[in-house]
Design a protein around this ligand. Sequence first.
Ligand SMILES: N[C@@H](CCC(=O)N[C@@H](CS)C(=O)NCC(=O)O)C(=O)O
Length: 217
Amino acid sequence: MRTLFGYFRSSAAYRVRIALALKGLEYKYEAVNLVPGVSEQKSDAYRRLNPQGRVPYFVDGEVKLSQSPAILEYLDEVYPATKLLPEGAVDRAYVRQLSSLIACDIHPLNNLSVLQKLKAEFGADDAATKKWYGDWIVEGFTALEKIVSASPHTGKFCFGDKPGMADIYLAPQMWNARRFDVDTSTFPTLVRIDAACNKLEPFIAAAPENQPDTPKS
Ligand SMILES: N[C@@H](CCC(=O)N[C@@H](CS)C(=O)NCC(=O)O)C(=O)O
């Protein structure tokens, strides 16, 4: 029995939803409400499961994992029928480079607890927080656009013509960029790949607007 603890708007959980959908793996979805004031991720009950108090958290029988990169690699190794990473070590390193640029250098700086700390302890208002958020996306995407637009690996997707690991990181980060009104027009290759992803059923099924905990209005 597989269970994913997530939140509709969590981009780290969104990555795992895409991977599960691409691999055709069924799972039970347990919503953890991250809305400030509700903050179910900080509850004692949830922290007993995941001491870090974040989503995603993934249970696959006896296997219990936090951290989306670890979950994604686990899924790719244990359920290899649809591969997310390419075959050779050099190609895998290239794809991990793209993924890490997003996972390590954009996403953590824009995490909910970072934004809340900026507001609570450093006097940032909504406008300053939004600028912080957008600036880190622009800095990361500027580098990513240069790498991907120049790479012979780039096809319809980040690596060739099939969706894979780097696309799983790109689409949720693009979703965040749109949510925070970031001008993405200077990243035409990333926009094109994201659009191709969002035409595919696994990406549509995983999207924040299509989750059991997506607000109805
Ligand atoms: N590196 C972790 C990041 C997990 C993470 O930061 N999740 C966010 C949502 S995208 C979260 O749960 N935030 C709750 C909080 O900051 O209190 C991963 O990739 O799984």
